[in-house]
Structure formats: structure tokens, C-alpha cells
Design a protein around this ligand. Sequence first.
Ligand code: GAP
Length: 513
Amino acid sequence: MTHQTDQFKKVISHAKEYGFVFPSSEIYEGLSAVYDYGQNGTALKNNIREYWWKAMVQLNENIVGIDAAILMHPTTWKASGHVDAFNDPLIDNKISKKRYRADILVEDYVAKIEAKIEKEVKKAAKRFGDAFDEKEFRMTNSRVISNQEKAEAILKRLGRSLEKEDLFDVKSLIEELEISCPESGSREWTDVKQFNLMFGTKLGASADSAMDLYLRPETAQGIFVNFLNVQKTGRMKLPFGIAQTGKAFRNEIVARQFIFRMREFEQMEMQFFIPPGTQQEWYKKWKENRMKWHLALGMGKENYRFHDHEKLAHYADAASDIEFQFPFGFKELEGIHSRTDFDLSSHEKFTGKKLRYFDPELNENYVPYVVETSIGLDRMFLAVLSNALTEEKLEGGATRVVLKFPYALAPNKAAVLPLVKKDGLPELARRIVEDLKWDFQTIYDEKDAVGRRYRRQDALGTPYCITVDHQSLEDQSVTLRERDTMKQERITIADLKTIIQQQVAVSSILKKL
Ligand code: GAP
């Protein structure tokens, strides 16, 4: 097993064991690529959503938030292009009968080339030690250069073929690269076909009058159809944004990698409406803003990179992904798209209604352009969780498993632990919980030895443990143990709230933006 898959397996089992993520309807053997969030996962997810919402809506005077319905008039999806163009190229292996996304087969092949390059670089770094110049090595080593060129050429050809809908060439590429079925090892492939990802459902009771609907595949359209409602009722002036979080549904074919690619997931999207011609400037700004939002969490600058798109979605004139280093490599976490006036213009055409903005400065009506930021909440959850999971060797040889969440995102902020279950210590500990619970999610735990309770809180990512002992009864002081350093400090009960607040408040990260 490689180190990467090993680490990923640990993330998945930790998520289950500690009440973060469960397979959906597990007692019925689950439902593929659908997951439920447990007691700690829900708290973590809420905290990530809160960080996003506050950064968008609370900190920006010109961004407001809405909550549109999941079900929408079906013509919405004709106008948005999803009925005709929201397809994945599929290929079946004739021997295993397994179905794959053709583009992902090719991308996985490229990922292997990239892994070879990284291995080469690591080896050289070890060989040359402090004298190693990575940039120079990447630019001059012949094996690295030729692998890099090969990877780029493959991705370029794939992008071009998909853009031109040349599915024949996608199959040829798979054959030329001698890609085999990961399951059967066979290279006998069917032709590549397009498959629409939207889930259908019906509205109405009788079979004749029922209307065919779709579950929304993105939250963005709920924003576009409400553009005028919000602009008029909020008297919004361009540039302004509308933010929304909510469920989206996609009948993903290659649904794997845990909550990375799900069939039901949550998006956090913001459409920023701007005057035509200013899209490049705003696209650049939002790329920067969104990267800043990620970096403020302190999960390591080296774990993020931009990937500018060659192949653009049907609505975009520029697009970039923020990629994150997941346990299975760098993958898309968030998309920033310059969507032009595609959506609003298209809704105008399909409804016959004007979706325009009167610009008082130009004395002119026009359809605004849009720059969108779109991040999957579940994917962000996976980024935070996999980055946090750490195994540490302690003095004496024991290992400690700890979730090093950014404090503001941790599901529980403090745990109060009476040293023993007698002598009035539980009562005092309960009083501390009663006092803190107004401000923080606080846990009370009296079971097992205190060392084991510390480990339990480490595994849940709780930033602070407050231990109540006999001295506490005499002088109203407790020990405050910090999760990452394991340092313990004696402080008075009266100071607890202020000390914890300074470290765990979401505003402490928001202030970095
Ligand atoms: N409105 C634009 C849009 O939906 P997208 O690139 O298709 O763009 C945006 O999706 C983000 O939603 C992705 O960057 C990813 O974080 C998340 N996402 C997309 N499909 C997903 C899936 N099947 N499971 C989990 N998250 C997904």
C-alpha cells in the first residue's frame, strides 16, 4: 500500500469511528457516493459554512445571501445549458463491464507521470541535501523535462478533443496510452459516449399531468433567476454579489474517493455581477480573495495551487481551480469562473423577460457579466479533515492521534474533565460547562483516567481540555491543556472564557482576510 492510500484509509476510518461521516443508510448496506454527517461532522461542517458565509456576506457590504429552492422550473436547466451540455464522457470495459469516465482514466494516467516526476525530485533532494536547487533541477533534468512534456501534451489533446466533442479521439488516446481497466487489466474498451448527470424527478400526483423536474446540479441558477428580485428589493448597485449555500445533486458515474465526489453534496457559491468589460479585473481579484480565504486557515501554503483551465465549461470565458493536496494528490477544491453574460442572457431568451441593470453613470441598460466563486462544502470538509489528521510519536514510544483543526473550525472548543468522580469535582466541572456553553460548544467527560480522556479529545480535535482537581475547590483555578503543544497551564476559572475566546473565535481568522 502506498503512503498516500494508507493515509486516506486512515482519514476515512477516523471519520467513521469518531462520528464525523457515516455511509448513508448504512444498515441497508449504504448507497454509493452518498454520505451522512455524524454529530462531530455536522458541527465541523457548520463551522466551515459559517466561516465562508461570514467572509462573503458579513464582511462585504455589497454581497448579500439568499436561500433558493432545490426544485426549479425545468426550463431553467434548458436555459443554463445543463440539459444539452452537462455530460460526462463514459467508456465501458468489455471484460469487467465496469464503467469509467474517459477523461478521468486519462487524468489518472497523467497523475502517475506526475508522481514519477515528484519521486525523481525527492530522490535528488535527498542526494544533494542543502545544496539542492529544486527549480534548477526541474528545468534541467532530462527525465523530468520529458515526463513533464508528455503529461502536458496528453492533457492538451484531451482538452481539445473534449472541447470539440471528438469522442472518437478520446478513445484513440486511451488506446494509444495503453490504459487498461483498473479492475480487469483488460484494454478492450467500448466507444466513448456522453451521459447527462442530472437527476430527474416528478412534480404532481397524476401520471398524465406530472411535470418532469430536475434536482439542481448547481446552486448558481437559483441566484441567476433571482437576480432582479434581489437587485431591486435591495437597491443593489453594480458591482454586487449574491451568495448562497445549499444542496446540489449529480448522478456521478465515477463516484469514489469518499466525500470528494458525491451524488448529493453541498455547494457554497457566490455570483458577482459586474459591468461588461471589467471581468478580467474581477476574475483576478476573486482568485486572489479566495486563495486568501484558504490560506487564512493556516493549513500550509504548499498545499494549494491554481490550475487554469484549457477546456472551458459551456458558460465560461476564463476559469481556474484552486487545487488542494488531498491524500490522493492535488485535486480541485474550488472553481473561480468568469461566466460572461451567458446565464442572464439565456434566461432572457427563454423567459422573454428583461434581466438588465440600469447603470445610472452610463445612463444605459445592460445584462451584467458575472464572476463566480464555487466551492464544495464537503470537499472543503475533506481538505480540513485530511490535513488535520496527525499521528505523533510521544516520548516513551506511545503514539497520539490528533486532529489539528484550525481552532475556529473544531467541532467542540473545550472539554471539562473532573480529575475524579467524587469530592465535589464533578459539580464544579458541571458549573464550568454551564458557564462556557453560552459561548462555546463544550463537552463534559468524567469517564476513564484523565490521560485517556485527553487522547479522546485529541482525536476529536478539541482545542482545550480544562481539568478540575482538588486545588480547584480551594482556589478556583484549573489546568488548561492546549491540544497541539499539550502544554498545561494553571489559570483561574474566571479567566477561562476570555482566554479560549481569543483563540477559537471565527473572527480571529476573518481578521486575516
Ligand atoms: N456553479 C459552478 C459549478 O457548479 P463545478 O466546478 O461543477 O462548478 C464547483 O463545481 C465545486 O463544487 C467544485 O469545485 C467542487 O468543490 C464541488 N463539487 C462538484 N461536484 C461535486 C461532487 N460530485 N461531490 C462533491 N463536491 C462537488
